[in-house]
Design a protein around this ligand. Structure first.
Ligand code: FES
Ligand code: FES
Length: 234
């Protein structure tokens, strides 16, 4: 067999040609097969996100409306006032209040529905605002949204509300970080229970945690404030 017929030589020649041309087709396919797919997918995903982020209004897809994911205008009914804001549909009521409406009384502690520091009153019920989406309680198709009450709305004239005053009288806070959530939980409870038993009070406050351990004082607050408020509303 002549040197020219040797198969090893032909492989060698091919490699030499490829290296002269730069990256070969086979090399390119190998490269794309390994990392290229991931890179391409990432680039596509980024493009889709950029397009989506630019979407600020409702889009109609098929028979249904898709809202977001970009910021959408909405109106929240907070402490008797209509508040306009523009936020992404994924924004919680807590973040909408604190970061967009400057109502920082409700506190962000666990941000996952376990501590009660973010409690506000929504349609008369004590609610963890970190677990509700702002868009779900906003005005919808011309109908007013939920009635949202925060600690800022408790004393519009600057006078302490009977529940807040009872916290002071009963020494029911230490660092005070959990207190706005407790006050709102107590108020929502007293509005429905005008003459609560000790057991009911304990159960009603079970969703609020206090790291300073002021529970005994807070229970006294509920009983005292319930007596002061009589009809439950103040
Ligand atoms: S911050 Fe909402 S329950 Fe803890
Ligand atoms: S008073 Fe400090 S966490 Fe409750």
């Amino acid at each position: 067999m002549s040197r020219r017929d040797d198969p090893k030589d032909s492989v060698h020649d091919d490699k030499a040609k490829r290296s002269k041309r730069g990256i070969g087709r086979r090399d390119f396919v190998k490269l794309v097969g390994g990392t290229g797919v991931a890179v391409t997918a990432e680039v596509l995903a980024r493009q889709q996100l950029a397009t989506a982020a630019a979407t600020t209004q409702e889009t109609v897809v098929g028979g249904g409306k898709v809202i977001g994911p970009g910021p959408v205008p909405m109106t929240l009914r907070v402490n008797g006032e209509a508040k306009k804001l523009t936020v992404e549909p994924r924004v919680t009521l807590l973040d909408a209040l604190r970061n967009h409406l400057d109502l920082t009384g409700a506190k962000k502690v666990c941000d996952r529905g376990t501590c009660g520091a973010c409690t506000v009153i929504v349609n008369g019920k004590a609610t963890y605002s970190c677990t509700a989406l702002a868009i779900d309680v906003a005005d919808h198709e011309g109908k007013p949204g939920a009635d949202i009450r925060t600690i800022e709305g408790l004393a519009p004239e600057g006078k302490l509300h009977p529940v807040s005053a009872s916290f002071v009288d009963n020494d029911a806070q230490q660092c005070g970080f959990c207190t706005p959530g407790f006050v709102m939980a107590c108020k929502a409870f007293i509005e429905k229970h005008h003459n609560p038993t000790a057991e009911q009070v304990k159960e009603a406050l079970g969703g609020n945690l206090c790291r300073c351990g002021t529970y005994m004082g807070v229970r006294k607050v509920v009983v005292e404030a319930a007596m002061k408020m009589k009809g439950g509303h103040a």
